[in-house]
Ligand binder design. Structure first.
Ligand SMILES: Cc1cc2nc3c(=O)[nH]c(=O)nc-3n(C[C@H](O)[C@H](O)[C@H](O)COP(=O)(O)OP(=O)(O)OC[C@H]3O[C@@H](n4cnc5c(N)ncnc54)[C@H](O)[C@@H]3O)c2cc1C
Length: 281
């Protein structure tokens, strides 16, 4: 399912970090709130996501910080960089959003920012967008993803009705890292089978999926994570398992060896190339 764009005209949401804590291997949970929260509107999707803004340190931005002014007055290369993150939880009672950032090393903007974040830091974002929530009519649910997809998978598991059937294939670095605290405590009647797949050894996510006995009935699948892995898994589901494309939510959340700017540029170029080949001669 294609990712729906966040409308560019949406109001900038400026929040302050309330807490930053480690909630699993390489996962940093940021809770942020403040006056800007009033501009956040929940869209009801369990994969709701926002674009987090990272201003460039060498650029002097207008005060107050405003994206429309920035777009109108500054050259594109000076606009803040953006990184996409799932809203793990929205708490209207406290006026706070929770976002879980993968800290995948020293490279990048968002991961290292989260690793350094402390209460009082500013978090600017635009959104939300989103496209998926578990289909209550499905007979069972399949969740496949790496750490970047845990937040959306966790939010989706929390949304499943009692006695729903779900299978989760989740990737993790090593067996020792297989998290315990990251997934939510779900409804006790939820029939959930979780398999942790380690990147350092053993079967891959695709191997595990190939070996999986599918329960009977219609599946609703959610497959998100590294783009190359997602593509292979989707192909297997559609071509080998005969799953209807419309019953799969899939999206590359990141691409190995590319930062988000490069990955977005690749996607735009791939779409343009597809359009060109579709044009009648
Ligand atoms: C709709 C959507 C929702 C997302 N939700 C989340 C979320 O809730 N939590 C989350 O952590 N991520 C999420 N992501 C993925 C996140 O946007 C990317 O991982 C992003 O590239 C991280 O930015 P960065 O500045 O840390 O690294 P970048 O500067 O973009 O990349 C630097 C380097 O790190 C590599 N890299 C990027 N991400 C990862 C990773 N996860 N593991 C290993 N290497 C990586 C890149 O390939 C590149 O080589 C989501 C993406 C989308 C599209």
């Amino acid at each position: 399912m294609a990712e729906r764009p966040v409308r560019k005209t949406r109001k900038l949401i400026e929040l302050q970090v309330r807490s930053a804590e480690s909630v699993g291997p390489h996962l940093i949970r940021i809770v942020a709130g403040g006056d800007g929260y009033r501009h956040f509107t929940d869209n009801g999707y369990t994969d709701a996501y926002v674009k987090v803004l990272f201003p460039l340190p060498e650029v002097a931005y207008p005060e107050p910080f405003d994206m429309e002014t920035i777009r109108a007055e500054l050259p594109r290369e000076d606009w803040p960089r953006t990184r996409t993150y799932t809203v793990r939880a929205n708490n209207p009672r406290t006026g706070e959003l929770t976002i879980d950032f993968v800290h995948h090393g020293d490279e990048g903007l968002a991961g290292p920012w989260a690793a350094r974040a402390k209460p009082g830091d500013t978090l600017r974002l635009i959104g939300p967008g989103g496209a998926y929530a578990p289909d209550p009519e499905a007979d069972w649910h399949l969740f496949i993803g790496d750490e970047s997809a845990y937040p959306a998978i966790s939010a989706s598991l929390e949304r499943l009705p009692a006695a729903a059937k779900a299978i989760a294939l989740l990737e993790v670095g090593t067996a020792a890292e297989a998290p315990t605290g990251t997934l939510p405590a779900t409804h006790p009647d939820l029939d959930l089978a979780t398999t942790w797949i380690t990147r350092d050894a053993g079967p891959t996510l695709l191997d595990a999926l190939r070996a999986l006995d599918f329960p009977t009935g219609r599946v609703h699948a959610f497959v998100h994570g590294e783009a190359g892995v997602v593509k292979e898994i989707r192909r297997h589901l559609v071509d080998d398992r005969g799953v209807d494309r419309t019953h799969i939510s899939f999206s590359g959340y990141w691409r190995k060896g590319r930062d988000e700017d490069g990955f977005q540029a690749d996607k735009a170029a791939e779409k343009a190339a597809e359009r060109d080949t579709e044009q009648p001669a």
